[in-house]
Design a binder for this molecule. Structure first.
Ligand code: ADP
Length: 503
């Protein structure tokens, strides 16, 4: 085989690069997280870790004497410390707490002692690093990096809603009311303090309903509270809820106030939301992969509207639930999405379950389209989103929020396996090894659901044996996910195809 045949496609263009093609050497990666992603990268054959500032390897060396399992990284959803009106820091990202710690993974590559600024092919960086460096760095042809420059357009709660409202309006103008109804998947939301007066008008129109206040740029349930009376919010306005904010900030922290979904779909009397993994490899054209597995996160206590101040009842974040006095870490609070789909199918019907998951597809695509023209597209960037979706009593899915850094810390063995699989398949889709043909519609647990337009499933596809009927969209959330078998098949097929092309 000639040398050029082993060069990945995206490297064949002329580019200023200082290293040889990946096809001829190891793939050099950097990683600033010390959790499941580091295990995945270290176990990947032919991948070589390089250290440097802001890498897990470096943090490990420096923190030898500290916590045994990694760093605590402090960040808010915005990923910045000085931007706009977010309220400062504090999200604690914990490291792997599971049965398969970093380094224990098979085939573990050693950490290169070389410092490596710029000398990498793949960087799983944190958002702070990207914000601080993106504008001044020059990415070489072959480099891939996590996060798009302005990912916060979708992942800050206020901006997500602003973008969705704009596209809904545009759709109504251009295509009519009926079409715009397909955007009715996010609860009525206002940004505070900027939209306080509009909110008060809306509040008065709907006396007695419950609202939820959320800091726009925080995560893990921090700073959230529910209220029924306007008085509660006036207290907040006076500063009663301000202690969490950075005292040095001059602008008040931005919140969103949102209609609380008072009738969530309950299982065993408990509320849950669904975490869905979505990989975007390009915004222009929009190219979206949806992972088959995810999980439902249950609250620890039975749902009731009697105690709206009780976070254990109303917030389904694992970070909140695991602090409950009666939380049982062995039992956990999670169901695999497959289990949920099976439950809905058995309890209601295959059709009802299918509608739920089609509704989630709609949420994913519409939300991404709402920022498609705003996100700074860059062929070097990709994003792995964690969508949070809540079902109401009528089985209607509601978008709660979108995370650009969904937790990769595992809460148990099954959770670890799930996250390990998702992350491995992110790398499989990105295909730095150039093992695929580029035409695949499924790679491991990921299905291509949008490729500049909807992707249809192959004829006669019966992959979702849960509902037993064929779907037309190439979307299989909550369906069987035999990822390893599927990977073996596509790699064999791709190899055969490449051999034929060469001979
Ligand atoms: P965070 O980024 O802090 O996790 P979320 O917006 O995800 O904030 O809200 C945390 C939790 O609160 C959600 O997982 C969900 O259980 C609950 N929640 C948030 N918004 C609503 C809503 N509008 N109606 C009902 N429950 C909600």
């Amino acid at each position: 085989m000639s040398k050029i045949n082993r060069v990945p496609g995206y490297m064949q263009s002329k580019g200023n690069r200082n290293r040889g093609p990946i096809g001829d050497r190891e793939i050099r990666y950097k990683c600033s997280m010390q959790n499941t992603i580091l295990d995945v990268l270290r176990a990947r054959p032919g991948w070589q870790e390089v250290s440097g500032p802001n890498t897990a390897g470096n943090q490990q060396q420096q923190g030898q004497k500290g916590s045994s399992s990694g760093s605590q990284q402090s960040k808010d959803k915005n990923g910045t410390t000085g931007a706009s009106s977010s309220g400062g820091t504090t999200s604690a990202k914990t490291s792997t707490q599971n049965s398969t710690p970093s380094n224990q993974a098979t085939g573990s590559a050693t950490t290169s002692s070389k410092s490596s600024d710029g000398d990498w092919d793949f960087y799983w960086c944190d958002r702070e690093w990207l914000h601080a460096n993106y504008d001044t760095m020059f990415l070489q042809e072959h480099q891939k990096i996590l996060h798009f420059r302005n990912h916060y357009e979708l992942t800050r709660k206020n901006l997500m809603v602003k973008n969705l409202k704009r596209l809904r309006k545009q759709t109504e103008r251009e295509m009519g009311k009926k079409e715009a109804e397909s955007f009715d998947f996010f609860p009525t939301t206002y940004e505070l303090p900027s939209e306080y007066h509009i909110f008060v008008e809306e509040f008065k129109k709907n006396p007695g309903i419950i609202w939820i206040m959320k800091p726009a740029a925080k995560s893990q349930g921090r700073g959230i509270f529910l209220f029924r009376k306007l008085k509660d919010i006036t207290d907040w306005k006076k500063g009663e809820y301000q202690p969490l904010t950075d005292p040095n900030r001059e602008v008040p922290e931005t919140y969103v106030v949102q209609r609380y979904i008072e009738d969530p779909y309950l299982i065993g009397g408990r509320k849950f939301d669904i975490r869905v993994y979505v990989l975007v490899v390009s915004y222009n054209p929009l190219k979206v992969w949806l992972y088959r597995s995810g999980f439902a996160r249950f609250s620890n206590s039975r749902f009731s509207l009697d105690s709206i101040e009780d976070a254990y009842v109303h917030l389904t974040n694992v970070a909140v639930q695991k602090t409950a006095p009666d939380y049982d870490p062995d039992k956990g609070c999670k169901w695999a999405t497959q289990q949920l789909r099976q439950y809905l199918t058995a309890k209601h019907s295959a059709d009802a379950a299918r509608k739920v998951f089609q509704g989630i597809d709609n949420i994913i695509i519409k939300s991404l389209q709402s920022v498609q023209k705003i996100i700074i597209n860059d062929k070097h960037c990709f994003e792995m989103y964690g969508y949070d979706v809540l079902l109401d009593a009528n089985l209607k899915p509601w978008l709660i929020e979108i995370n650009a850094s969904p937790s990769l810390t595992a809460s148990g063995k099954d959770d670890y396996d799930l996250k390990y699989g998702v992350l491995n398949d992110v790398l499989n889709v990105l295909d730095l090894e150039n093992r695929l043909t580029g035409k695949e519609k499924r790679v491991g647990g990921f299905d291509l659901i949008w490729d500049d337009g909807p992707v249809l499933a192959d004829d006669g596809s019966m992959e979702c044996s849960v509902n037993g009927t064929s779907t037309t969209a190439n979307s299989f959330l909550g369906c069987h996910c035999e990822r390893k078998k599927q990977l073996r098949e596509i790699y064999t097929a791709a190899q055969a195809l490449k051999k034929t092309a060469v001979s």
